[in-house]
Design a protein around this ligand. Structure first.
Ligand code: ADP
Ligand code: MG
Length: 208
């Protein structure tokens, strides 16, 4: 055993990954793919999602093409950290923690992700980078800045067939958060998004 192995400077393996993009871009698919590979590597994997994402009436995380994996639904970042602390205390420390729909957590999720990564956990998060008005979504700017690895995915624009970076709310009200799927949102590339959204909503490029 080398001196380095006897005295590792930090727990090995802790990092933050962010998978970002609009709705239907394959964020959940990619998160589940990474978690499946970690499971194949015999790593202990735990998946979380915010309680408010109740689209599927279950605590499973489900992608738009119906891949699914059991998850723990938590009310906020503190509840997520408490569950991880409990696992560590009972000698079941996860090697990998996944968080889907991470944009719904407050900015305190960033400190929680950093603490998990500092203790050696590979943290893989997936979330919307922009809301339906094209504004940076909640904790995402901060999380993207802190992450070691960032992957931006694109959906297929339902008008042009080109890569889509925007989630357009087709129907529904003006609340900042409105949970929905294909009945409420469509993925659009820049030009059609500007056509339909800027005209009707005045897209903002900085948070108001
Ligand atoms: P996200 O988590 O980013 O919302 P999912 O991983 O749940 O996305 O779903 C991605 C899947 O959604 C794709 O593999 C495809 O089967 C389906 N899909 C439906 N509409 C679109 C679209 N406009 N562009 C790309 N994929 C779409
Ligand atoms: Mg998703």
């Amino acid at each position: 055993m080398t001196a380095y192995e006897r005295h590792p400077p930090h727990p090995v393996g802790g990092t933050i990954e962010v998978i970002a993009g609009p709705m239907f871009s394959g964020k959940t698919e990619e998160l589940l793919r990474r978690l499946r590979r970690a499971t194949l590597a015999k790593q202990a994997v735990t998946l979380f999602k915010p309680e408010r994402d109740n689209r599927h009436g279950t605590t499973d995380v489900v992608s738009h093409d119906a891949r699914r994996q059991p998850a723990q639904a938590v009310k906020d970042a503190a509840a997520l950290e408490a569950m991880v602390d409990q696992m560590i205390a009972s000698q079941n420390m996860p090697d990998v923690v996944g968080v889907d729909e991470v944009q719904f957590f407050g900015e305190d999720i960033v400190a929680v992700c950093n603490r998990m990564a500092d203790s050696g956990i590979r943290v893989i998060t997936a979330g919307l980078d922009l809301d339906y008005l094209g504004r940076p979504f909640g904790c995402m700017p901060l999380l993207l800045a802190h992450a070691e690895y960032v992957t931006k995915l694109h959906a297929i624009c339902s008008i042009t067939g080109r890569p889509a970076h925007f989630s357009h709310r087709v129907e529904g009200g003006n609340e900042d958060v409105q949970i929905g799927g294909a009945e409420s949102y469509q993925a659009l590339s820049r030009e059609p998004y500007n056509d339909v959204v800027v005209r009707s909503h005045h897209r903002v490029t900085t948070s108001e």
